[in-house]
Design a protein around this ligand. Structure first.
Ligand SMILES: N[C@@H](CCC(=O)N[C@@H](CS)C(=O)NCC(=O)O)C(=O)O
Length: 96
């Protein structure tokens, strides 16, 4: 997906995925159809991006939906969130 390319060349979704992977976050990857740079998909764009728009108020991906329902839109914001919120260490429990 291009997540390994340097900043400006990296694909936004790949950049977000790489940041989540690097921080060892578990996530479910959902792909959407179409896009503004694929004119042949414009007729179905509203339908294809309906869930993205409902969740985030805009149609671009990537978006990240957190377990609590909060939504982070944009690769830069997702990278920042991934770096600032390390996942709980595997195998550790808060219960004594
Ligand atoms: N600045 C945004 C750009 C995201 C972007 O351009 N996403 C494209 C796909 S790579 C997109 O979904 N564009 C809206 C569209 O195609 O409808 C980011 O870094 O997340």
């Amino acid at each position: 997906m291009g997540g390994g390319l340097p900043g400006p060349l990296a694909h936004p979704c790949g950049k977000a995925a790489k940041a989540l992977d690097d921080a060892a976050h578990a996530y479910e990857l959902r792909q959407v159809e179409g896009g503004i740079i694929r004119p042949w998909t414009w007729p179905t764009r509203t339908r294809d991006r309906a869930e993205v728009e409902r969740l985030s108020g805009q149609r671009a991906v990537p978006i990240l939906v957190l377990d609590g329902g909060d939504v982070i839109a944009g690769s830069g914001n997702i990278v920042r969130w991934a770096n600032e919120h390390p996942p709980p260490a595997a195998g550790l429990s808060s219960e004594a």
